[in-house]
Write a protein that binds this ligand. Structure first.
Ligand SMILES: CC(C)(COP(=O)(O)OP(=O)(O)OC[C@H]1O[C@@H](n2cnc3c(N)ncnc32)[C@H](O)[C@@H]1OP(=O)(O)O)[C@@H](O)C(=O)NCCC(=O)NCCS
Length: 99
């Protein structure tokens, strides 16, 4: 059965699951306006999801879909980006991970 998780509330830390990726945002990761590029953040989230899914599946995994990605605040050079996550659903050949 799919596990229901509370959505993160503004101003309140709700960090479900485990830390899978931790990395510092560098100047090379910025967009044209100098903020951190969303695609770079998403890439780290995808890597975190793959690590968590692989731990569960015990075999190679591939991302089939990314649903519901929201950028709440801009990130800056020097920020520490942490990607936390957990398995929320296990299917026959698929694993759903919330990051
Ligand atoms: C992922 C992939 C192997 C799935 O192959 P497929 O034979 O078409 O998949 P199926 O239709 O048999 O579905 C396999 C599982 O994925 C799930 N799935 C398929 N499409 C999905 C989607 N859009 N969202 C969520 N789950 C999905 C199915 O529900 C099924 O899960 P279950 O076995 O637990 O019921 C194939 O689509 C693929 O190789 N895609 C490219 C992956 C890739 O390159 N990713 C980027 C780099 S990691």
């Amino acid at each position: 059965m799919e596990k229901k998780l509370e959505p993160a509330k503004e101003g309140k830390e709700v960090i479900p699951g485990k830390l899978a990726v931790k990395v510092i945002a560098m100047p090379a990761d910025t967009n044209a306006d100098g903020d951190i590029f969303g695609g770079w953040i998403l890439s780290n989230m995808d890597a975190a999801a793959a690590l968590i899914a692989r731990d569960r599946a015990k075999t190679r995994v591939a991302t089939v879909a990314i649903n519901n990605m929201t950028f709440h605040r801009p990130a800056s050079v020097g920020d520490c980006i942490e990607c936390w996550g957990e398995v929320v659903k296990v299917g026959t050949t698929s694993v759903t991970v919330r990051i």
